[in-house]
Design a protein around this ligand. Structure first.
Ligand code: UGB
Length: 606
């Protein structure tokens, strides 16, 4: 105590709390009174921040940490007593009547939805120096993820308001969870690009705080090795999003404004919004309180499986079980062969892609009870089998998909399975690691993430009746990928399958070497035969406010040398990082570009 500078009553309470929770060691090395007072104050300010940003405060964090560390030391299985079974959900087939019906309902519902992007992670596995949402989703248009997400939400907003029976307009709220690692750069990206056309008031950034690191099984706080007046901190995980939303007051505001849904999604999935309308339709029609988007999953594939867990005492929950836990759990509960494919060729447990749709009303009711706290876990790296000391400090973590763990068994928790080609192509792995992925498994790299967009758009056009050439196989950064024609459109051009089908004639054809870039909403492709690169710009007016209708009909044969993919090596530092992590760049040899900036109808006859 004699070492402490003059303290406020709150700071005295915090210091006491630290002593009472067995943390006196953090004061042991403090300099004599009058020395380092500013640093001591900064330390206590940090403790105050750690205290207020955690539901239940720092004392509660330390208590939970002790319990979880003891469980981990004892090797306790978190699923002890639970038996898994396959839950009930909706399995969709792209483009059939059922799918179209769900999409229509989803678009109608979208004006009652808020979107939440979790983007606090730096993506260590990708090793990219910038923030991931600034990466181009594809390099044909160069649109970055954040722009693509915002334009998708705006397209949904416009389409949904058009369908509103009362004709009322709305602004779909868009929240981005950031962290100290990503906040300033995310804000800068938005501000320097006019929020990509969204009203700045529509966008809210919520910054998550890191949590205290722990140095031993007694949950003693770890000091920063380079500053003894600072507690070492690490990210707590994407599960923070629930507590942050709750404490921000946004949920009640949305509820009062008549909103019904909250959609959560991750930072780098260029396909997601192709799946959103139908999945939202499933939530609305099946009245799901929780709807997880999922893809067919090969047994033992390295993504979590969605399972229904029934406890011996009668408790049940539908939850993501991480892949390394699912197989042992199945084996321990009577499934002798563990996680195996069924007659469909896939595991009966669908793969979690961590895009969640929650019903707002039940979500608020649940958070009133929990404050948004999510069941945590701890993953210490022990020095040896005695499990008495750690190789480096650890911390508690939580995942947003663990939200259903506290729900009552009567809650309607379901899932929606869509084809992987339509719904899921994240960018998580650096080129070197991606090249080591066993053949047949997804690379989840910048290369595969971009190629997946071309493939999805090509397959959608095919389904709409166009002839699109087969892909060729090429190797970039050591990864063998299918290269389809580079077909890219703005979200407002083809938000749903019906929309695409309405705009594409049945006698269109696109050759494999082609690039087709559609920048605008009302572009109709009739009888186009494309063998080269064609860019159509038919946007709104320069201010982007009022919609000037331009109907452009494209017809005839377009033939030119086109845009060619050229290999680059990811180690070639002379090439910008966002390009070299893909292993190719686009050489724009020759193209036809048409811009339509006058109101009314136009025709391009080649
Ligand atoms: N994120 C945050 O916003 N804050 C954090 O503290 C951490 C992350 P990763 P992860 O798609 O295949 C998830 O690192 O956590 C954001 C699911 O848990 O890309 O290893 C971050 O910015 C897993 O079940 O993924 O695994 C990013 O947007 C599976 O679905 C998002 O959280 C897996 O994703 C995910 O972070 C997957």
């Amino acid at each position: 105590r004699s070492n402490l500078p003059a303290l406020s009553p709150d700071q005295v309470e915090l210091a006491k709390m630290l002593v009472e929770t067995g943390q006196s060691r953090v004061f042991e090395h403090w300099a004599d009174p009058g020395v380092d007072d500013d640093r001591k104050k900064a330390f206590l300010e940090q403790v105050a921040r750690l205290d207020t940003s955690y539901p239940g405060g720092l004392a509660s964090y330390i208590k939970t940490a002790r319990e979880l560390l003891a469980d981990s030391k004892a090797g306790k299985n978190p699923f002890d007593g639970f038996t898994p079974s396959v839950p009930s959900g909706e399995v969709l087939t792209f483009g059939d009547d059922n799918f179209i019906n769900f999409e229509e309902t989803g678009v109608k519902e979208a004006r009652k939805a808020a979107f939440v992007l979790v983007a606090g992670g730096l993506g260590e596995r990708l090793g990219y120096n910038g923030i991931k949402v600034a990466l181009p989703a594809e390099t044909t248009s160069g649109t970055c993820y954040l722009q693509h997400y915002i334009e998708s939400v705006l397209a949904l907003q416009e389409a949904s308001c058009r369908l509103a029976e009362d004709g009322s307009g709305t602004q779909i709220p868009f929240v981005i969870m950031t962290s100290d690692d990503t906040h300033a750069r995310t804000l800068h990206l938005l501000e320097s690009n006019g929020y990509f056309g969204m009203q700045p008031s529509q966008v809210k950034l919520l910054k998550q705080e890191k949590v205290a690191c722990l140095e031993d099984n007694d949950a003693r706080l770890a000091l920063d090795p380079s500053d003894k007046y600072k507690i070492q901190t690490k990210p707590h995980g994407h599960g923070d999003v629930h507590a942050l939303l709750y404490s921000s007051g946004l949920l009640n505001m949305w509820h009062d404004a008549g909103m019904k849904w909250v959609l959560f999604f991750q930072d780098t999935n260029g396909l997601l919004f192709k799946a959103i309308p139908a999945a939202l339709g499933v939530s609305a029609i099946r009245q799901f309180h929780v709807n997880s988007l999922a893809v067919p999953r090969k047994a033992k594939e390295a993504i979590g499986g969605i399972a229904k867990l029934t406890h011996a005492d009668g408790r049940t929950m539908v939850i993501n079980v991480e892949y390394n836990q699912l197989d042992p759990l199945l084996r321990a509960t009577g499934y002798l062969n563990g996680d195996v494919n069924d007659e469909t060729g896939f595991s009966p447990f669908p793969g979690n892609i961590n895009q969640l749709i929650l019903g707002l009303g039940p979500y608020i009711e649940e958070l009133k009870k929990t404050g948004g706290a999510i069941k945590e876990f701890v993953n210490p790296k022990y020095k040896d089998a005695s499990k008495t000391s750690f190789k480096s400090s650890t911390r508690l973590e939580c995942m947003m998909q663990d939200y259903p763990k506290t729900l009552s068994p009567t809650a309607a928790v379901g899932f929606t399975v869509m084809d992987t080609w339509l719904a899921y192509a994240p960018v998580k792995n650096n080129p070197e690691d991606a090249a080591k992925v066993p053949k047949g498994n997804p690379y989840h790299s910048a290369t595969s993430g971009e190629m997946a967009i071309y493939r999805a758009n090509s397959l959608i056009l095919r389904k709409a009746g166009a002839h699109v050439d087969d892909p060729v196989t090429q190797v970039f950064n050591g990864q063998e990928v299918e290269v389809w024609p580079r077909i890219v459109w703005k979200p407002k051009w083809g938000l749903t399958f019906s929309e695409v089908r309405r705009k594409v004639g049945s006698s269109c054809s696109v050759s494999q070497k082609s690039t087709l870039l559609l920048n605008g909403r009302d572009i109709f492709i009739e009888d186009l035969s494309l063998d080269g690169a064609l860019i159509i710009n038919a946007g709104e007016d320069a201010e982007g406010n009022s919609l000037i209708l331009r109907k452009v009909t494209v017809k005839g044969r377009v033939e030119n040398k086109g845009w060619i993919l050229e290999s680059v090596d990811y180690k070639d530092a002379s090439v910008p990082e966002e390009i070299r992590i893909r292993g190719f760049r686009i050489n724009k040899v020759e193209h036809l570009e048409k811009a339509y900036d006058k109101p009314g109808k136009s025709r391009l006859e080649a």
